[in-house]
Design a protein around this ligand. Structure first.
Ligand code: UD1
Length: 417
């Protein structure tokens, strides 16, 4: 199994090109089931995307992927279609469940593996099923699979999600664009990735409006040859922003849209981080006087749970006790025991972490547990004294394109063995 060996305390400088958003590309790839020919640009070359492409191939679609151009062309010739998402693919990447809505809408049936739990929590799909049932789908759970059918097609309807889910909002949008009549959904997730999906769908001729947390879908889609450029990965951007605030003489993050991370920039500035924000790049510098802060994770536009582990590293360098309240996933402090082994002073009570700083971190052998926890260990290693070995880094490859290449180019000392 591969590991990263990082020698800390190097001063970083240079520039990093931020990749396209993985979480935006995944539902848009699922949406390509509904269309004849879809070209997606700025696609990140990461394992979750390769898993989704494998799943589309299993279903019967064809794709041409160019790593060099970061683009993929997906074609659905409607031949030998298998309306199944098997366990072996969904268990490695929960977003596989996003093919449920499109398969059901286009072919009237789907058999999709239940994803099961993962390191950060139970992650149920009840909200996905609740929403599809509202559109008229019949759903049963059998042998670990979701069996969904809508032989007479789906029908537009109005409903409100009892709680906010990114994936359930995406799944129901992808089903509703083929439904008869108007669908009005309230209490939706409104992450930038959902807005990117909506912009993609508009290219298929669907009238779709978003107002607050209400999404209205009018009219059915038309198959077209379309091209869509994915938005920048705001979580990758936020990760390197924090990395820069911890280590950089000057780090320029390119190919970005700073509007996507307004609240994160606000929080970093409040912590005393110095940066220069331009239209399509951000320059960030190591800050010597970091202030403590309290944050709580929340659906967008709140602070993202996907940046919680990373900002915790910055908090270890702040003066005083910072607090993080994790409101989205029940088990998302798995990085804390590993950080404590590196000398961090963190106490957890229920879903609140108290982080005491400033605290000198020391290199250690640690274990990555999920995607964002892994990258937080990389950030910790960059500022730690001596050498850190990070095990189980396959998690990183699921979501960060060329992580060590990007950092090495900026003078970090990292080896993959
Ligand atoms: C997406 C992101 C993930 C991010 C998360 C929250 C992708 C591929 N993944 O995951 O990186 O951390 O949003 O921003 O875009 N829930 C239910 N029932 C459901 C669905 C969700 O109770 O049917 C709960 C979850 O357990 C969790 C909360 O709702 O507590 C939010 O989950 P959700 O927004 O659905 O996350 P994902 O779409 O899985």
């Amino acid at each position: 199994m591969q590991k990263l060996i990082i020698d800390g305390k190097k001063i970083l400088s240079g520039s990093i090109k931020i990749s396209g958003s993985k979480n935006s590309a995944l539902p848009i790839l699922a949406a390509s089931i509904l269309n004849k020919q879809t070209t997606i640009k700025n696609i990140p070359y990461v394992n979750d995307i390769l898993t989704m492409l494998n799943l589309l191939k299993f279903i019967g679609l064809k794709y041409k992927l160019s790593k060099k151009k970061n683009s993929v062309e997906v074609t659905n010739l409607d031949k030998k279609i298998n309306t199944v998402a098997p366990y072996k693919l969904v268990k490695t990447m929960r977003a596989g469940v996003l093919v449920l809505g499109p398969l059901l809408a286009r072919y009237g049936n789907a058999k999709v593996s239940l994803p099961g739990g993962c390191a950060i929590g139970t992650r149920p799909v009840d909200l996905h099923l609740f929403a599809l049932k509202k559109l008229g789908a019949k759903i049963q759970i059998k042998n670990g699979y979701i069996l969904a059918s809508a032989p007479k097609g789906l029908k537009g309807t109005s409903f409100r999600f009892p709680s906010i889910s990114v994936g359930a909002t995406e799944n129901v949008i992808l089903a509703a664009i083929k439904a008869k009549g108007v669908t009005i959904i309230e209490n939706c997730a409104i992450e930038p990735e959902i807005k990117d999906l909506i912009n993609f769908i508009k290219k298929l001729g669907v009238k779709i409006k978003i107002k607050g947390r209400k999404i209205t879908i009018i009219g059915s889609m038309k198959e077209k040859k379309i091209t869509h450029k994915i938005i920048c990965d705001r979580i990758e951007l936020g990760t390197y922003l924090i990395g820069g605030a911890l280590t950089a003489k000057k780090l320029r993050l390119k190919n970005v849209d700073p509007k996507l991370i307004k609240s994160e920039i606000f929080i970093l500035k409040k912590m005393g981080v110095k940066m220069k924000v331009s239209k399509n790049y951000i320059e960030i510098y190591k800050s010597s006087n970091i202030k403590k802060i309290n944050i709580k994770t929340a659906p967008y536009p709140g602070f993202p749970t996907d940046l919680q582990a990373q900002i915790m590293i910055l908090m270890t360098q702040a003066q005083g006790i910072s607090k993080i309240k994790e409101n989205i996933f029940e088990n998302r402090f798995m990085h804390v025991p590993e950080l404590k082994r590196m000398g961090a002073k963190i106490e957890i009570r229920n879903n609140i972490a108290n982080i005491s700083g400033p605290c000198a971190l020391t290199g250690a052998e640690v274990m990555a547990t999920d995607l964002r926890a892994s990258v937080s260990l990389v950030l910790a290693a960059l500022i730690a004294d001596k050498r850190t070995k990070i095990n189980r880094i396959y998690h990183l490859d699921r979501g960060y394109q060329d992580l060590e290449k990007k950092l090495i180019k900026c003078k970090a000392q990292i080896n993959r063995v």
